[in-house]
Design a protein around this ligand. Structure first.
Ligand code: FMN
Length: 355
């Protein structure tokens, strides 16, 4: 198998395999391990502040000199209003009471304590830290940020979940498009928070390939050689894997969360807005079952901010009913061991089928 593609050329990696950014799961160690074997590690910066982005990038740079990407959320913000504030108070009271009923004492932040990050401060941190590759999700960067990043010769990877989103990304000058199929674990990368396109990976990748002339990375359901080669056949030149690495040594999931993966059934994996206000593919639990379909869900990022403290308390108490475990539809024997070994095994499996 000749691994050289447009993606390896643009990213400067040996393999066109991308360790998916997984905010809350990816660690600098995971990024260094992926980049260390010649894949592309991605440091998930989520909605971290300028200072926290600078720190996380500095830690990662100490662990690897190989290319790695950073990933940010570029969502728009809901308008501040009295009705949003009163909705927040209502959800906060409900969630606090629900957690108490299940033995979790939590203090959720007050509305005025919530700090929202403008992604432009993250762009400034990325430029100041001399990063070389940035991927983003939940929309498109504004023209000013694209201009600044390009002036600094930073490779841009935008995420699409429809052909329409891919065309917008292409028009604005991104270098690479990450095509995220509906089966992918974690948040839908869609531009719209609520009216999400629901196109499966096969249909989406093939159409984006036919209609959008850009190097493509595919994300969603890749867990072995066959799934990777299927994406290659449909036009992907890069392959992003997330769920495959959830149980790795470098994953920030705790043991009780990793153990939950071994028992997961297909009916457990759902798309939910309960945790963040945006659709996320996750493992169903009491929290999701109680909130889904109710009015106790705020627009993103308020629901996410509100449930952060809940999830932290649930982790500390090993309470599986209130943690958020994001997971894609491809159930497989989630391997433990190092990120490097898991990715090397995937590479060997592909080579065995193709050489
Ligand atoms: C736990 C978890 C967290 C994720 N967090 C992010 C993130 O911070 N940024 C992002 O662009 N994508 C995120 N994703 C989506 C992945 O980048 C990727 O699209 C997905 O993992 C691919 O599907 P798979 O899980 O079937 O491999 C996350 C996925 C998971 C499983």
């Amino acid at each position: 198998m000749n691994w050289s593609t447009q993606i390896t050329q643009l990213l400067g990696t040996k393999y066109p395999i991308v360790q998916a950014p997984m905010f809350g799961v990816t660690t600098p160690e995971m990024v260094a391990a992926a980049s260390g074997i010649g894949a592309l590690g991605t440091l998930a910066l989520g909605d971290l502040s300028y200072e926290k982005c600078m720190d996380a990038i500095a830690v990662t740079k100490k662990l690897t000199t190989e290319p790695f990407a950073v990933n940010i959320f570029v969502n728009s913000m809901p308008e501040l209003s009295e009705s949003l504030r009163s909705h927040y108070d209502k959800v906060s009271s409900f969630v606090t009471a629900l957690a108490r009923q299940h033995g979790l004492a939590v203090v959720l932040p007050k509305f005025e304590e919530i700090h929202l990050t403008d992604y432009r401060e993250q762009v400034a941190a990325i430029i100041a830290s001399q990063c070389k590759i940035v991927s983003f999700i939940f929309g498109n960067l504004d023209d000013g940020s694209i201009g600044l990043l390009k002036e600094n010769k930073i490779v841009l990877i935008g995420t699409c979940t429809s052909v329409e989103e891919a065309l917008i990304l292409k028009k604005s000058g991104v270098d690479i498009i990450c095509v995220q199929g509906l089966e992918a674990g974690g948040h839908r990368g869609s531009f719209n928070d609520i009216a999400i396109p629901q196109i499966g990976g096969l249909a989406l990748l093939s159409q984006v390939h036919d209609q959008v002339n850009k190097p493509l990375i595919y994300a969603g359901g890749i867990y072995n050689a066959n799934t990777l080669l299927a994406a290659r056949q449909l036009g992907a030149a890069g392959f992003q894997v997330g769920s495959l690495l959830l149980k790795s040594e470098e994953s920030a999931l705790l043991d009780f969360e990793k153990q939950r993966l071994s028992r997961v059934k297909e009916s457990d994996i759902v798309l939910t807005r309960s945790f963040s206000g945006r659709f996320t593919r996750a493992i169903k639990n009491t929290f999701i079952e109680t909130l889904d379909g109710t009015d106790y869900i705020l627009p993103y990022p308020y629901q996410n901010k509100l449930t952060n403290a809940l999830r932290t308390a649930a982790k500390a108490n090993k309470n599986i009913d209130f943690v958020g475990i994001w997971l894609g539809q491809s159930i497989h024997p989630y391997r433990d061991g190092s990120t490097g070994d898991i990715l090397k095994a995937l590479i060997r499996e592909v080579e065995a089928l193709t050489d």
